[in-house]
Design a binder for this molecule. Structure first.
Ligand code: FE2
Length: 341
């Protein structure tokens, strides 16, 4: 059996399991494209506090979205969680979501991090920054994402594949800021300056700096937190050799993405879904997500943990993420045109 067929079978079996497990017990069914221990710890805490059981299905986000589409009105899912804004926008485009109640959410989550029609909200923030070798680069050489295409950075830039949603949303933000010609020139310039063809994840880009393959990398901040606090001393050592630079501080600000959550169109446990969203946005949950996973709180009233404070405050790009939706398809076209693998 092919891997894709096996995955499909697993998805169908877990759906059957979820449906057959449905009983009188209060519950909420979550499809999640995030795979972090802290999420599961929070779900357990939610169950302890409310008595509502959280049935979790973890899979690749595209698989989960396909599954929601296939299941239609029979879907047991109440909530979908994705690791980036682009996939929440895709869920909305496919009419897989319904509006949530905003009384408790709107006052604490800035509007740029949630859908204009309330179909999804961010629950963690991630900044896509420039990580640099403290040995070979000084921060005064760095300024903007756009500056990384100058000849000074020839064969020194590391960045992962254009298939990755973090890069697709970043490109959408560059399209919004610089227009299609500007974005294409930028993408071409980055491809020209790449130290190697894109390979591996964000952490691998940082490791490639330590290995001397390149000098700067475009990376989400929390990966630096994960490396610095890794149980592997070699990973800690890699991270300690790096600096973090927040680009575009004198213009639009550093690109921000979110992990998002939304109530599915046919949610059988809509009220419990609303409760779980509000729980994840509470001060305690936001603090746990920031402490354990080094993501920025999306609740503006939550204090940052020490490591995030150490990295410093910065100016974020405040373009509403829902506005990037229209640039996501053009972003993939730009990547293809310039041969960013
Ligand atoms: Fe990630």
């Amino acid at each position: 059996m092919k891997r894709s067929q096996i995955n499909k079978l697993i998805l169908i079996l877990t759906t059957v399991l979820l449906i057959s497990c449905q009983s009188e017990k209060p519950e909420v069914n979550v499809y999640s494209g995030r795979h972090y221990q802290v999420d599961e710890d929070l779900f357990r805490k939610f169950t302890r506090e409310t008595g509502i059981e959280v049935n979790l299905v973890k899979a690749n986000t595209d698989q989960l979205i396909n599954r929601l589409e296939m299941e239609g009105a029979n879907s047991p899912a109440d909530l979908i969680i994705t690791a980036d804004a682009g996939h929440m926008i895709l869920c909305l485009d496919k009419d897989l979501l319904q509006p949530m109640k905003m009384e408790k959410i709107a006052p604490i989550v800035p509007s740029q991090y949630r859908d204009a029609m309330n179909h999804w909200t961010g629950f963690t923030k991630r900044a896509r920054v420039i990580v640099y070798s403290k040995e070979r680069v000084t921060p005064d050489e760095l300024s903007t994402y756009e500056n990384l295409v100058t000849p000074e950075w020839n064969k020194r830039v590391l960045v992962r594949s254009s298939q990755n949603p973090y890069n697709q949303t970043l490109m959408a933000s560059i399209l919004a800021a610089n227009g299609s010609d500007g974005a294409k020139n930028w993408a071409q310039g980055i491809v020209n300056n790449m130290a190697q063809p894109p390979t591996g994840n964000d952490r691998d880009q940082v490791k490639a700096i330590a290995a001397g393959v390149g000098d700067v990398a475009i990376v989400n901040t929390y990966y630096m937190g994960l490396l610095l606090n890794s149980s592997n001393p070699e990973e800690q050592n890699v991270a300690r050799q790096m600096g973090i630079f927040f680009p575009n501080q004198t213009d639009r600000g550093t690109h921000i993405n979110i992990s998002g959550i939304g109530i599915t169109r046919h949610a059988p446990n809509k009220e419990n879904a609303q409760k779980l969203i509000e729980f994840l946005l509470s001060e305690d949950s936001q603090t746990a997500l920031a402490n354990e996973n080094y993501e920025y709180p999306v609740n503006s009233f939550v204090e940052w943990p020490p490591l995030l404070q150490e990295w410093g405050t910065f100016k974020p790009d405040t373009i509403p993420l829902y506005q990037l939706g229209k640039h996501l398809t053009p972003a993939t076209i730009v990547f293809n045109e310039v041969g960013w693998k």
